[in-house]
Design a binder for this molecule. Structure first.
Ligand code: HEC
Ligand code: HEC
Ligand code: HEC
Ligand code: HEC
Length: 505
């Protein structure tokens, strides 16, 4: 499994290019959803149901299984469109309605879904349902959650069908994904006897129901989490989800980190917005002080590889470099209400505040603008350079002002289009790769390609886009978009693989 999780320094590049929308995507407006009121005195097993309610809150089931894009939608009845690079998934109805919900499910069916990612017909769920994390949850806790769901109001409602393109829509293919990413490392949570009770409780929550990793760990091109960068920082809905391992948290007290959850305060400064707000309000706020403390105590011991810093242009281009790497996630698209760079009228009033004020606000954070745009390793000078760049690009007549050129969400989703890949290959790559010109790996030479393919998709995309030894950047194809190149690489891999399917790695 090592090679699958091993990543080149390109991971960040690829991540920012292809995964601006990552796997875990909550509702657009991140509202707080009211939990249904359960009439405890009237039910048979109030203790079990109460426990289940607490755990369901820890799992934030409500955020995905309620269509919060349409206010007033029935709680737990599903229908929320979850956008992923593979298409849109609509969450199912998990109310106890017998026809459209899970009212007919036995505890066994429920455990199979949550623990194994299989529906009652033994078909695979897509990992957009965080069963990979719920897999760690104990059987007793799952039974309690089921007991709770049996007591929420039943709603007769069938959510829309998933709109996912081939081959990602094939439930059978998920076996490949499972074989590689899930099964080798699955199973109920095991306590680490060397650690304290509190640490183990924190680990159980973070790695299980709370699924923090879904957003705070970067994903690879096939939508699996990179274990070596566990909690080292990801991107979700165009929001950077910062590093929450020991390397970042060591500078803050347990209470300061708990204030992130309880007071919506970012560590460096600035207010929490976006998907984390939803996690705070629908889930973490309901946890006991002891559980929150356990979570922080555990996080403060997590050691992961640091995500390689993107190569930043220096000199006159320093500001642009910092902007591209750290600020564009929000400022190119307006996440969290960030003023879009190049949007002249919006910047006009801000520019009037004067550079010193803008520097100050960018460094210390203001409202939904996180301190230093969450780049805790950036120096003040780097942030100031980025601010100058943003201001220059947002003045009347600036080159970016007509078209917001750096909109990352305009980047393609990695759907697979082999026919298109072939076309691009023949147009742009054939010249060298057909007969091995300049030492290019020859098409059809499966031996040579076996070693190349082993490197992992991320590396291949990275090498193609940036160039690698005698391989020119983008294969010299200036008219090719990133999707074109990606399709071409997938086509080349598909043609030269010895066995299996690229989807299986
Ligand atoms: C990040 C979003 C997300 C969260 C959080 C989430 N789910 Fe889901 N869940 C999904 C999606 C999407 C599916 C459908 C997957 C598919 O179609 O393959 C699903 C499927 C299910 C199913 C199968 C239903 C059926 O009809 O087949 C159950 C049961 C379920 N979830 C329960 C839960 C519970 C309980 C929680 C909280 C502990 C939870 N989910 C949290 C997204 C989520
Ligand atoms: C749905 C995605 C998502 C999930 C799940 C999630 N987070 Fe976050 N988290 C984010 C985002 C995005 C931010 C940045 C928020 C901002 O910029 O306003 C963040 C911010 C944070 C911060 C503040 C970091 C800083 O530098 O100030 C902490 C701490 C944190 N999350 C911890 C957690 C923990 C612990 C869990 C699990 C219990 C968790 N998060 C689950 C998306 C998520
Ligand atoms: C998580 C999203 C996010 C990221 C990342 C981000 N910003 Fe912001 N930024 C915002 C939001 C939201 C505002 C608007 C804050 C307000 O005025 O309420 C803002 C406002 C600003 C302003 C105007 C401040 C003012 O006083 O009007 C500057 C300058 C700025 N950001 C610079 C940066 C720089 C430089 C970076 C990268 C190092 C960055 N931002 C990264 C969200 C973000
Ligand atoms: C001018 C010649 C040339 C063109 C045109 C060209 N390549 Fe290459 N390519 C090379 C060479 C030479 C190598 C071997 C680099 C090495 O490992 O030394 C290579 C290697 C590769 C690799 C393997 C990289 C690795 O990690 O080992 C991929 C993938 C690739 N090329 C994709 C493409 C694609 C896609 C195109 C078309 C868009 C393309 N190439 C066009 C010369 C070319």
């Amino acid at each position: 499994m090592q090679k699958l999780t091993k990543t080149g320094t390109w991971s960040i590049l690829i991540l920012t290019i292809f995964f601006h929308s990552s796997f875990c995507i909550a509702a657009k407006n991140y509202p707080t959803v009211p939990y249904p009121v359960i009439d405890y005195p009237k039910i048979k097993n109030p203790e079990l149901v109460k426990k289940g309610e607490y755990l369901a809150k820890a799992g934030d089931c409500i955020a995905c299984h309620t269509d919060t894009d349409h206010p007033g939608s029935p709680i737990f009845a599903g229908g929320l469109g979850v956008d992923t690079p593979f298409g849109t998934f609509f969450t199912p109805n998990i109310t106890p309605d017998k026809e459209t919900g899970i009212g007919k499910w036995s505890d066994k069916d429920f455990i199979k879904a949550m623990h194994d990612g299989l529906n009652p017909h033994n078909e695979n769920y897509f990992p957009v349902f965080p069963y990979v994390f719920f897999n760690r949850v104990s059987k007793e806790d799952l039974i309690a959650i089921k007991a709770y769901l049996d007591h929420v109001p039943a709603v007769n409602y069938t959510p829309p069908k998933n709109q996912v393109s081939w081959p990602f829509n094939v439930r059978l293919l998920q076996w490949g994904w499972k074989l590689l990413f899930f099964l080798p490392d699955s199973g109920y949570f095991k306590e680490d006897p060397k650690q304290s009770k509190q640490w183990n409780r924190g680990s159980y929550l973070v790695n299980g129901l709370e699924h923090c990793s879904m957003c705070h760990t970067p994903v690879n091109v096939l939508g699996s989490w990179k274990k070596s960068y566990f909690l080292a920082g990801g991107i979700v809905d165009n929001f950077p989800a910062p590093n929450i391992t020991s390397s970042r948290l060591k500078d803050f007290s347990v209470q300061q980190v708990m204030d992130v959850f309880l007071k919506d305060q970012l560590l460096g400064g600035g207010r929490i917005v976006g998907p984390m707000l939803d996690v705070n309000h629908n889930s973490l706020r309901y946890l006991s002080k002891e559980d929150l403390e356990s979570i922080v105590i555990y996080l403060k011991t997590v050691k992961s590889k640091e995500i390689p810093k993107p190569k930043i242009k220096s000199g006159a281009q320093l500001g642009e470099g910092i902007y591209d790497a750290y600020c564009a996630t929000c400022h190119a698209v307006g996440s969290a209400g960030a003023p879009i760079v190049g949007d002249v009228p919006v910047w006009e009033t801000r520019i009037k505040l004067g550079l010193p004020t803008l520097y100050h606000n960018a460094i210390d954070g203001i409202n939904a603008m996180p301190a230093k745009g969450t780049c805790s390793s950036c120096t003040d000078q780097e942030i100031e350079a980025a601010v100058r760049y943003m201001v220059d690009e947002s003045k009347p007549g600036a080159k970016a002002s007509s078209s917001y050129t750096k909109i990352p969400t305009a980047m393609p989703a990695p759907t697979v289009n082999l026919a298109h890949g072939k076309e691009i290959y023949e147009q742009a790559c054939n010249t060298c790769h057909i007969d091995g010109k300049f030492g290019a790996p020859k098409m059809g030479d499966k031996k040579i390609w076996a070693a190349i393919i082993k490197q992992n998709m991320d590396v291949l995309f990275g090498h193609t886009i940036q160039g690698y030894k005698a391989m020119p950047p983008r294969g010299n194809c200036t008219s090719c978009s990133d999707t074109d190149l990606m399709d071409a690489v997938i086509y080349m891999v598909q043609q030269n693989k010895e066995e299996g399917d690229f989807i299986l790695w």
